[in-house]
Write a protein that binds this ligand. Structure first.
Ligand SMILES: *Cc1c(COP(=O)(O)O)cnc(C)c1O
Ligand SMILES: [Zn+2]
Length: 409
């Protein structure tokens, strides 16, 4: 028997695994716990005899058996060694964990397979989320596969067209709100319980149980624990999930040590970075967050307390980057390595470079940047601007000249 429960990160009150709650009675965030000491049947050999995806690590997931699991074969994303990018960043040993290769093109799928499977087990009537785009796309896909009704609320002005199209095509009811993401989430939160819908934002601790598997895969693929793991931070769930994964690997004895977690935000939406850097004792929300990286355009991150623990416990770091730095990193990653990521995902590379430049990150350590989403989601004109495109007439001389000058270069 696997023992699983929910526990408040502040007062440590315990709730049964089948109680639907998004916060403790004290207001604290909830975390899913698995009694890891009761697991005596795990080893790398056992894991590696299975396919590389979220479910390879089943013993460390919060389900008793593998019946009625909803999956699109999520996880198992590539870990690329990037020498040229590393050189540009000023570090020796840089890897990209490319989460854009998930079924709907972002890491959200790792959490959604667990969240939707949990929703089925709880027999809820429908699922909902507020989203800057990727959560909506992912929830829409998984709820379609599970056959559960799905409503997603997205802010009006800022959702990338690819993400919006995904949610609509997968058949979710898409509600566009004339307001910010933070307003959307607070509105959704107020009605979910009343209508008996299940909330699958990252405040839902079951989702993070799937997202923690990115840590398992990084160690699995790298064969060791890296010095640093960097990722973009929006609602602050994923950095906490990855950190939970690294801690659990150590607890069950499959690794020695843990990496420093590196959280990156955009300058126009950096309440978490400011909290850590300035040492504020509570989050100071940003009312009108603004950045080209729409997936992390969040001013009031709900999981900030979990993320703060992750940074503190891991001896981690934070940095904020400008939109220009994000776009530069996106272009370098694509043109030097052939890895195409959306702007939020490029923030992890831009921020890591900044921390290498400032000497805060040790350039001799192994560094893994998690690139959270696929470039195809966001073909924003702003992002295309300045990239080369030659328009030509159907003229042989012209074509020959262009080819000759390129080949000779
Ligand atoms: C959701 C998302 C993030 C932010 O993750 P949080 O858990 O909200 O901090 C970053 N990048 C991409 C591409 C995302 O979709
Ligand atoms: Zn509590």
């Amino acid at each position: 028997m696997k023992k699983v429960w929910q526990e408040c990160i502040e007062c440590h009150s315990i709730y049964d695994a089948d109680v639907i709650k998004y916060k403790c009675d004290c207001g604290g965030l909830l975390e899913v716990h698995i009694d890891l000491r009761s697991l005596d049947n795990i080893s790398w050999d056992k894991f590696r005899s299975r396919k590389l995806n979220v479910w390879r690590y089943f013993e460390l997931l919060p389900f008793e058996d593998s019946n009625n699991i909803i999956s699109l074969d999520e996880g198992g994303t590539p870990l690329y060694k990037c020498e040229k990018l590393g050189k540009w960043m000023g570090a020796k040993d840089v890897y990209i964990k490319y989460e854009g290769m998930n079924p709907t093109g972002s890491f959200k799928d790792r959490g959604m397979c667990i969240g939707i499977t949990k929703a089925l087990k709880l027999r809820v009537k429908g699922v909902v989320c507020a989203s800057t785009g990727n959560t909506a796309a992912s929830l829409a896909a998984y709820s379609a596969r599970a056959g559960i009704p799905c409503i997603v609320i997205v802010p009006k002005q800022i959702v990338a067209i690819g993400k919006l199209f995904q949610a609509m095509l997968y058949g979710a009811k898409v509600v566009r709100l004339d307001g910010t993401f933070d307003e959307a989430l607070s509105l959704v939160w107020k009605v979910v319980e009343e209508v008996g819908a299940y909330l699958l934002n990252s405040i839902n601790p079951w989702r993070l149980e799937g997202q923690k598997t990115v840590a398992f895969e990084i160690i699995d693929q790298l064969g060791k624990v890296p010095g640093y793991v960097a990722l973009p931070v929006g609602n602050c769930g994923n950095i906490a999930a990855a950190w939970k994964g690294f801690k659990e690997m150590e607890t069950v004895g499959l690794t020695d040590g843990t990496p420093s977690m590196v959280g990156i935000q955009a300058e126009g939406a950096s309440p978490f970075v400011d909290l850590v850097r300035e040492g504020y004792d509570t989050l100071r929300p940003v009312e009108m967050p603004n950045t080209i990286a729409s997936a992390i355009r969040i001013g009031r991150p709900v999981n900030w307390k979990k993320a703060l623990l992750a940074v503190k416990e891991s001896d981690g770091l934070v940095a904020k980057v400008s939109d220009a730095e994000i776009i530069e990193a996106q272009r370098m990653l694509a043109s030097l390595e052939g890895i195409g990521v959306e702007p939020a995902a490029a923030a992890s590379v831009a921020g890591t470079k900044k921390l290498i430049d400032s000497g805060e990150i040790d350039a001799n350590e192994t560094i893994v940047c998690i690139c959270t989403g696929n470039m195809l989601k966001d073909p924003n004109p702003e992002l295309i601007k300045g990239l080369e495109l030659l328009d030509v007439a159907p003229n042989l001389e012209l074509i020959r000249d262009i080819f000759t000058s390129l080949i000779k270069q």
